[in-house]
Design a protein around this ligand. Sequence first.
Ligand SMILES: C[S@@+](CC[C@H](N)C(=O)[O-])C[C@H]1O[C@@H](n2cnc3c(N)ncnc32)[C@H](O)[C@@H]1O
Length: 361
Amino acid sequence: MKGGGYYSQSTRGAKDVIDNASSMLIDAVAALPAPQNGRPINIADYGAADGGTSKKSIRDTVAALRGRFTNQQILVTYTDLASNDFSTLFKSMQGLDGDADNTYYNEFDGVFVHACGIGFHRQLIPDGSLSLGFSATAMHYISEKPCEIPDHVHMVGASGAALQAYADRAAKDWENILLARANELVSGGRLVFMNFGKDEQGRYLGGTDGIDMFDTFDSLWKELAAEGRITQDEYVNASFSQFYRTKEEFSAPLLDTASPVHAAGLRLISAHTGVVKCPYRAAFEAANGAMSAREFAVSYIPTLRSWSETVFATALDRGRPADERAAIVDDFFQRYEDRVATNPDGHAMDYVHCYLAIEKV
Ligand SMILES: C[S@@+](CC[C@H](N)C(=O)[O-])C[C@H]1O[C@@H](n2cnc3c(N)ncnc32)[C@H](O)[C@@H]1O
């Protein structure tokens, strides 16, 4: 992810996803057992980025916890990769960025904010101490690429052995994620996850109707290779380290009574898929001709760039000078912008999620 607050500023849709489903967190709070022996209530946001998109929902969750357990101390742990922009997160939590909205750390007494820069495929919190785990739009990241995809940039366009390798990696990772959370949770604790996935109609992020976003990435990256601007190796190296699971794939280890996840006590409370419309497309349509195609393109491309840029930047040969690599990436996103500006029809990054509520029995 790009740092310096760029992620939250450019990712209104991801915030919409969390805000729209934040009642799941409030329901989970209502169902939590009272903490034993005055112990603090631990909640965690896994893959939080700079914390901006979940800030309101976490604030509302803390308020609901404070309403139920008046004197209990509350610890909120934000987790992400070691490379994450935790500095922006801590400024935001304290309102040091000049924005006082939802700064629950200042609003409530007895609230503590910690961070963990280790990936969520591993256990991050001590055994039996987590009451509520939350994650949004993060667990589609697999622990490592099993291979490069030879003929596309993303698993949604992959086939054969490459697709199978990604599916196998994603299944193992999901089991590991759930087993780690099972260890962390107190008995009666809850998980609320809203993860990118594929819905019952085969739709996924940027691939709902109209023009497929990942096909566009692929065709523009191929165009650079065909022109000799990047090498064939650089084309192939740009495989996203992601997998979009179906509701069945998310649910399987929770429903299979023979699985280690089931044995560890995790049970599925609910699972459903949902589409949140691209806010940039919606604003363009609502403008009803008052916004030009170029203006739409300029507003839209940064949201794609906020999470995809590193994939293309790191695919480039390290032997190239840094400014040359930066220029290629700029050119790539400029081409995307130009394509949208030339014909905006069908361009949108609709969000497709699988929403899961899970309990540890
Ligand atoms: C698209 S952002 C979502 C951020 C935020 N949760 C939201 O919904 O807006 C995905 C986040 O997951 C993080 N991430 C990716 N792989 C991760 C891993 N293995 N462990 C923890 N975080 C990870 C990324 O660094 C990034 O901050």
